[in-house]
Design a protein around this ligand. Structure first.
Ligand code: NAD
Length: 390
């Protein structure tokens, strides 16, 4: 099969098996060229097939020489249809990790369910004994509650009043004005149910009750705060309420773990499958990339996660805020960076989009998420879409 990108809005319906593998190998090579980290040895990453979770699995395996279990929700390929990018990423990661002598176990299924939690605990018990790091990196549009069976959907909406602003139409390569009506109380509650901290806490309980949480278990989840540029739609909106709930869950888990600890990493805004779906964020990221690249401050997922491990979780030097969160967004939040973003923001037009923002860089990274645009890959060549995981 010849695999080409089929983009629909903020998603690409196809993924390139060799391209995804090359993207993973790029990240592994980057980590391998860095100093080893005296970090964890047995790691669980929930949401470990793309974005920050995949980078966590790569860093754990190749910087800390850890055995890893990844949980994710990906579509397997068929003879006629490519699988999702996270499927191919995981296949490539697990192949490389095993070749390097590391155990790498993948569990594809709904992380919100009791069933996958039980299966994960069993596999950890059989293969690793106990874990010493648990990375929670889920980003999902919906959740079926394991106890009530209720389906909650997460929405990205402002709270209290409509949001009027500029957004990027990534398909048509133009900017346009949007108005997003405020969320209802029900929508706020559902977004908190999906993207808040309850499921993270349920995972902690399942790991402890199953006897696979090591005595000094560390756990980390990821959040984003941003500045007043994105606050109306992000931090002060429905997703911000869910992230506030993650703050609550961090405190609750800290109390529950007698000798381990829980952290929230505030990460930089980056192109991932999830962030591309948030209105306004692609424009913000296109401007931010421009400003940060000009200053030599740009980082991708792998750089961010390596820095989280080496300076925050297993080293010194990461900044913490008053709430005790690890601030890996420090470079993005630098006043000069934010001032430059704010100066560009109101001036962006269809005509100057390519000059004043890094929309090209945004698009390149977006395509790379699905394995397209990698220099080493021959996109005219026939590829077999069926790639096994184990
Ligand atoms: P992503 O879309 O790249 O990854 C999401 C992961 O969750 C994938 O591995 C996917 O398979 C998995 N997943 C989704 N639904 C699932 C389910 N029901 N069961 C099992 N697995 C499921 O997302 P990301 O951007 O890396 O986000 C991860 C976390 O980082 C989120 O909490 C997000 O808010 C946070 N974060 C992201 C950014 C950013 O700019 N991308 C910035 C700061 C914080």
């Amino acid at each position: 099969m010849i695999v080409q990108p089929k983009i629909r809005g903020f998603f690409c319906l196809t993924a390139h098996p060799a391209g995804c593998a090359a993207h993973v190998e790029e990240q592994i090579a980057w980590v391998r060229a860095r100093p080893r980290i005296a970090g964890p040895k047995n790691v669980l990453v929930v949401g470990g097939s793309t974005g920050y979770g995949l980078a966590s699995r790569i860093t754990a395996a190749f910087a800390c020489e850890a055995d890893t279990v990844g949980v994710f929700f990906e579509k397997p390929p068929t003879e006629r249809k490519t699988g999702t990018a996270g499927w191919y990423n995981t296949a490539a990661f697990q192949r490389a990790a095993r070749a390097a002598g590391r155990k790498a176990i993948g569990l594809n299924g709904d992380a919100f369910s009791d069933e996958i939690k039980t299966r994960t605990v069993e596999r950890i018990r059989e293969e690793l004994g106990q874990i010493d790091l648990f990375v929670y990196s889920l980003a999902s549009p919906r959740r079926t509650h394991p106890r009530t069976g209720e389906v909650a959907r997460s929405v990205i909406k402002p709270i209290g009043k409509p949001y009027h602003g500029t957004t990027l139409d990534t398909d048509k390569r133009c900017v346009r004005e949007v108005t997003i009506e405020p969320a209802t109380p029900q929508e706020i509650a559902e977004t908190v149910a999906v993207m808040g901290g309850e499921d993270w806490e349920m995972w902690i309980d399942a790991l402890r009750d199953g006897g696979v949480a090591g005595p000094d278990l560390r756990t980390v989840a990821f959040t984003y705060i941003g500045t007043d540029v994105t606050w109306p739609i992000y931090w002060h909106g429905t997703i911000g309420k869910a992230k506030e709930d993650l703050d609550r869950a961090t405190r609750a888990i800290r109390e529950r773990l007698t000798s381990g600890t829980a952290d929230l990493g505030v990460m930089k805004a980056l192109v991932t499958q999830s962030s591309s779906a948030i209105p306004v964020v692609p424009l913000y990221i296109s401007i931010l990339y421009r400003v940060m690249k000009e200053r030599g401050l740009h980082e991708g997922c792998i750089e961010q996660i390596y820095r989280l491990f080496s300076t925050g979780l297993y080293g010194d030097g990461a900044a913490r805020d008053d709430e005790g969160r690890l601030r890996l967004d420090d470079l993005e939040m630098q006043p000069d960076v934010q001032q430059a973003v704010k100066a560009i923001w109101p001036a962006v037009t269809d005509e100057n989009l390519m000059e004043v923002t890094d929309f090209d860089g945004y698009q390149e990274e977006f395509l790379k998420l699905f394995g397209f645009g990698l220099p080493a890959v021959d996109y005219e060549a026939d590829v077999d879409p069926v790639v096994p995981l184990d």
